[in-house]
Structure formats: C-alpha cells, structure tokens
Ligand binder design. Structure first.
Ligand code: ATP
Length: 359
C-alpha cells in the first residue's frame, strides 16, 4: 500500500511488546523527508525499539511503520531503504577500511561490478573525510576515525534514511562535540533523513531539526529543539530537557497562582482549571538582586555557589517554601558582583517565562 506522503517515516498507532513488557505504547510519529530527528529519553523509554522497528530488526506488535509512504511491516531489514550505525560500530577489526565499507555492497545480488564498488567506497570515504585511509586496518584507527568508517559503511549503499543508535557514546567530550558538528554538516549536505537515538539532551538539542522526547514507551513531545526547551509540553519534558526549578502552588479562580509561602503570581495561561499546579522556571529566566530591590517575587538566602566561568549557579533557600532550591545563571557580572553564600537575595522573573502544569 502506498500513500502520497512527504514523510520519510511514519508510525501509526505502533505498539511493541516483549512478553509482558510494553516497550512502545501506541505511538504516532511523522518524520518529514530530509529531517534530522532525535529520539530523546531516559534509559528504557523505548527509543532503541523505535529505531529497530524502522530498521526492520523488530516488527511492531500492533500498528504500522511506513517508510517513504510504504507500509514496511514484515519487510526484512536488507530490503528497506534504511541503514543503521550501531553504538559499538560493529566493524571487522582485522579488515582494512575499504573492506569494511565495501562489505554490504559485496553481498548484493546480482553482484555489482568491482569498479562500481570501488568508486562507491571512494565516494563514501570522501563524505566522511577518510580518503587516503582505505588500506588502514580498523584496530589502527582512533575512536573518531572508527566512527567515521561506520558512517561510511552505512552510507555506501545510499540509504534514504540513516539510523544512528547513540553513535557518539564511545567518544570523549571534545571529540563528541566535533563529531556532532560533522554529523550535522553531513546530514545537511546529503539531505537524507537521519534518526538519532540519544539520552543526551545537549546532543539532541544541538544537532537535530526535531526532538522527539519519550518516556515509558510514549512520546511526550515532538517539536523543534527551541520549542521543546521554551515551551515544554509537560513537566517531564521541562525536567528532562534542560534544568528546571519547580514550585508547588494553587491556581485560584481569579487567575492568580498562590505559592506555598503565600506569594501570588499572575497565571500566564488561561486554559487551566483552578486547583493544584506546578510552576516550572528555567534557571536563566531568573533575575537575582542583593537585598530586596526591584520587582521582588521571592526572597531567600544563598546557600551555595558554583562558579562556571561564563556562568555561576546559585542554590537559594527561599523563605517559606521549605528547602526548595533555586538555581540562577550568571549574567555578565564582574567578580565583585557575584553573590556569596550567606547573602540575602531577591529573585524576580517575568511571569511569561514560567510554565504552569496541572499538578
Ligand atoms: P537505552 O537508552 O537504555 O538503550 P531505550 O530507551 O533505547 O533504552 P529500549 O531498548 O527500546 O529502551 O527498551 C525499552 C523497554 O523494552 C525496556 O524496558 C527494555 O528492557 C525492554 N526490551 C527491549 N528489548 C527487549 C527484548 N529483546 N526483550 C525483552 N525486553 C526488551
């Protein structure tokens, strides 16, 4: 069955069970052609299972997976226009780079002419900037180079979708950042759809066009990185993506939120029912002042400060809100302006930057 679609990948009410475990629960998902989407979530939330269902290594228990508009249920992995880069690369350590990259092409039947294999391997190595390394053996290469061989091998048969399962997990932080830029550039240049699995929110936000935040087998939010960060769909997303301060409060009938210590905040959303709510606030949305000046919302005492170079993080015990801590980013302060532990501070924020969720 074919349907006119600009989506490269579509999940229609997909559920996947392993015995009594429901790994993926009634998921609907559309990934536009040529997009870079990150499946982001904590361990066990079902990211890899989704990736493996796209790749054809697992079949859904219910629902349909479509690739380029065609239902792919039952289609084996090698018949899908999809390739996968595994976390551990799964390279043959004693083969040289060329043999590793050519491996999949050599399995194709009818056989490809040797010159074509050689030309395509050359192109794939050029894409990942490894021309000149064809004769190098895998065990003689660095982690970053091995990662690029794995990429070349996955790209050599020109898939329309590339699946990446935590592809940078084995690399140190500096190399990981460099590879993030390389992967993003490669994806833009090739224009093919990338689906990346990661539990690293920074990686998801920095590389992808769309972030699909998952928890417990379900999608919590599918949106651009900025939307996910600025307008988290729920408290889980607000907590998982970036740092968040949380206050418990009550939304009163008149549209005021009353915090536990009696402080009143105007409610920025008009669509909530009165009752218990949670107010979520990004650390960098908070302004910090010595004493109690300006538009004070809450007051407290600094209990801890972490100097981060371009930023400083403060823990603040807010009066009347128990042991609640507030963390604020540093805003262009000179060293003398840094507030010290023990000092009294007033914090204020634009109510529009607060996210209110039903408790
Ligand atoms: P991680 O980041 O740890 O890889 P994940 O989000 O990719 O986690 P999945 O690997 O998709 O999560 O697993 C989702 C759930 O399904 C987990 O509870 C896991 O234990 C279970 N699961 C995955 N594969 C199998 C399997 N082959 N047999 C039984 N249970 C499985």
């Amino acid at each position: 069955m074919t349907s006119a679609s600009t989506n490269d990948i579509e999940f229609r009410s997909v559920t996947k069970r392993y015995g009594a475990v429901t790994a993926v629960s009634d998921i609907n998902l559309s990934v536009p052609k040529g997009a870079f989407v990150a499946l982001l979530g904590p361990s066990g939330c079902g990211k890899t299972t989704c990736l493996r269902m796209i790749g054809g290594f697992e079949q859904p228990s219910e629902g349909e997976v479509l690739i380029a508009g065609n239902v792919a249920n039952g289609v084996p992995a090698y018949r899908r226009p999809v390739n996968m880069v595994f976390q551990q690369y799964a390279l043959f350590p004693h083969f040289d780079v060329e043999k590793n990259v050519a491996y999949g092409l050599k399995q194709l039947r009818p056989r490809l002419p040797a010159e074509e294999i050689s030309r395509r391997v050359g192109e794939a190595l050029e894409m990942v900037r490894l021309s000149g390394f064809a004769r190098r053996r895998i065990h003689e290469m660095s982690g970053g180079q091995q990662q690029r061989v794995a990429l070349a091998r996955a790209l050599v048969n020109k898939p329309s979708v590339l699946l990446l399962d935590e592809p940078l997990a084995a690399l140190d932080k500096k190399l990981r950042t460099a590879m993030q830029i390389e992967l993003q550039t490669l994806q833009r240049d090739l224009g093919i759809t990338f689906v990346l699995v990661t539990h690293d929110q920074e990686e998801a936000l920095s590389m992808s066009d769309l972030v699909c935040v998952m928890s417990a087998g379900r999608i919590r939010q599918l949106a651009t990185p900025q939307e996910v960060y600025d307008r988290p769909a729920d408290l889980f997303v607000a907590d998982f993506v970036g740092k968040t301060n949380r206050f418990d409060g009550t939304l009163e009938a008149g549209g005021t939120i009353r915090l536990g210590n009696g402080t009143a905040l105007p409610a920025p959303r008009g669509d909530l029912q009165p009752g218990a709510v949670t107010v979520a606030l990004r650390p960098e949305a908070i302004r910090l002042a010595r004493g109690a000046e300006g538009a004070t919302t809450l007051e407290g005492t600094v209990t801890h400060r972490i100097f981060l170079g371009s930023a400083a993080e403060y823990s603040i015990a807010i009066d009347g809100l128990g042991d609640l801590l507030v963390t604020a980013e540093r805003h262009n302060q000179s060293e003398n302006d840094l507030v010290a532990p023990g000092e009294r501070v007033a914090i204020s924020f634009d109510p529009g930057t607060a996210h209110i969720f039903p408790a």
